[in-house]
Write a protein that binds this ligand. Structure first.
Ligand code: FAD
Length: 488
């Protein structure tokens, strides 16, 4: 446990913290000066997604003086992201001190928010951040910065229109809107979808769910539950089923041993954050492929939450191959020839990255350049999953597979987990998110400026406000020494 000394903000309440934050922002002349020439009826930037990434992207852009922006989220207010929907862990995995979306403002951090309300002792006593509390903090973040997220608005399709992008919407008063730059802050599955293995194809939906689905856990009371996988979401769902009275919960795990080392967390540093994108393909692939193959272990607390139940089991070396309905239950068949009967199957199989599974790109999804189009890994570093990640420019934008077929993709920014193969850990997990937002905002601002250079040039020519009015100096004749002599 850490023991912190009192901070003047401890226990002073949120209004005091908010006043401090406002003062800090004022001292920094926030928000930045508005500098982008207006185009009637066109947003400079639209951010899809009002979760953590969308909000910190908004803050970064606003800090840089980009104001003509919209943030759209299809979820109802307060339900953005996974935190109060399908995330089922008791606490975050990340340490409580993480600064996440604070964007360099101490008063905007989770720590400040917590200490202002509960004081030093409670902060000392806090182990990990309770999951619903993280969402409470994100809601406060939105409110204190006055982020104008438009909820219940979905972006269904993006299409090019000249040098602009037309977004087709549902839930908004407009059917479609235009923008210059588009940010996909669409979440963990924001460039993909839940990973549904082929072995549940044909199995009645009443027998299975993905961990990202809404699951009626009360209905699992007295049932035998199979959980495929042992990642973070798999164990969280297993724990929920056990706590709701499942007769037994069995983790069916393909690998022979439990992953125990969180490699990516271990090597996290400012150097990795800023250096990864500059590495050649070979190195980027090597880091990511190794991380995929070693796998991230489930968190310590979440695993104990399962293990404390005597009716929880971890079965290793059990690769599921088939699921068949039999006598009102599911017979699960394994690669080793064994079989097991469950009443319900939960897929803790994570998410795939695959732009083709996103409807927002329409047919253009096939034009998105992927790692598998660009890089052939050595035989001992294969990964089909990694091959399907988009191969991005180093400004977060998508690239077209065939030059000249979808140039507009270079106005679309991938600010979600899909960017990690190309740019590292700066657009998904909490720790690197402010670095990522700052980086992307600089790139967007630079592009907007370059595109409008003739208007900026004209503005320079037109600028005629004098800094001096002529009263500040007197012109004087220059008399040389020799001239002085002549006069004498
Ligand atoms: C179960 C779970 C637990 C996690 N736990 C941790 C953790 O402990 N520590 C950590 O560092 N990271 C964790 N992560 C990873 C990461 O922090 C979260 O995924 C986080 O939510 C990412 O924020 P985001 O803003 O990118 O996405 P989200 O919070 O998911 O927000 C994306 C938003 O985009 C909206 N959206 C998507 N498509 C559209 C569309 N077409 N139109 C309109 N709106 C759209 C969605 O409604 C959603 O609100 C976890 C992820 C998951 C899934």
């Amino acid at each position: 446990m850490t023991h912190d000394t009192d901070s003047p903000i401890d226990g002073q309440g949120l209004p005091a913290l908010e006043a401090r934050l406002r003062e800090d922002l004022k001292f920094l002349c926030w928000p930045g000066k508005d500098w982008v020439p207006t185009r009637d009826g066109v947003s400079d930037v639209v951010i899809i997604g009002g979760g953590m990434c969308g909000m910190v992207a908004w803050l970064a852009l606003k800090t840089g003086g980009i104001h003509n922006m919209r943030v759209l989220d299809r979820s109802p207010e307060g339900l953005e992201g996974p935190w109060l929907t399908y995330a089922r862990m008791e606490t975050l995995r990340s340490p409580k001190e993480l600064t996440g979306p604070a964007f360099g403002h101490g008063a905007l951090s989770f720590q400040a928010w917590y200490r202002a309300q509960f004081g030093t002792k409670e902060w000392d006593a806090l182990d990990k951040i309770p999951r619903p509390m993280w969402m409470e903090y994100l809601q406060w973040y939105r409110q204190v910065l006055d982020i104008p997220t438009e909820n219940n608005v979905a972006v269904d399709l993006v299409e090019p229109e000249g040098d602009l992008l037309r977004l087709h919407l549902s839930g908004a008063k407009e059917k479609s809107i235009l923008c210059r730059k588009l940010v996909f802050a669409t979440g963990r599955d924001g460039t993909g979808q839940p990973n549904i293995p082929g072995f549940v194809q044909g199995l009645d939906r009443k027998f299975w769910a993905h961990s990202a689905d809404e699951i009626d856990f009360a209905n699992l009371k007295g049932k035998r539950v199979a959980v495929v996988g042992v990642g973070a979401s798999a164990v969280d769902n297993a724990a929920e089923a056990l706590e709701h009275g499942a007769t037994e919960v069995r983790h069916l795990i393909r690998r022979k041993e439990m992953p125990t080392i969180n490699k990516m967390m271990g090597i996290g540093s400012f150097g990795f954050t800023v250096g990864y994108a500059s590495l050649p393909d070979e190195w980027r692939w090597r880091f990511m492929q190794y991380s995929f193959s070693t796998q991230t272990p489930p968190p310590h607390g979440s695993t104990n939450r399962v293990s404390r139940h005597p009716n929880a089991y971890f079965h290793f070396g059990k690769a599921v191959q088939t699921t068949v309905e039999k006598n009102g239950a599911v017979e699960v068949g394994f690669a080793d020839g064994a079989a097991y009967e469950a009443d319900f199957v939960i897929l803790g199989t994570g998410f795939t990255i695959d732009p083709l599974s996103r409807t927002e790109f329409g047919k253009a999804a096939t034009n998105i350049l992927l790692w598998q189009d660009v890089y052939t890994p050595p035989a001992d570093e294969p990964s089909r999953d990694l091959g399907r990640f988009p191969y991005l420019n180093d400004d977060f934008t998508f690239r077209e597979k065939v030059p000249g077929t979808a140039a507009w993709l270079s106005n679309v920014y991938c600010f979600n987990y899909g960017a990690s193969a190309s740019l590292g850990k700066v657009s998904g997990d909490i720790p690197g998110i402010s670095e990522g937002a700052n980086w992307m905002a600089r790139e967007i601002a630079a592009k907007l400026y370059v595109e409008d250079v003739s208007e900026h040039w004209q503005a320079m020519l037109d600028y005629d406000k004098p800094e001096l009015d002529g009263s500040e100096w007197e012109p004087a004749d220059l008399i040389t020494e020799s001239e002085k002599g002549e006069v004498a």
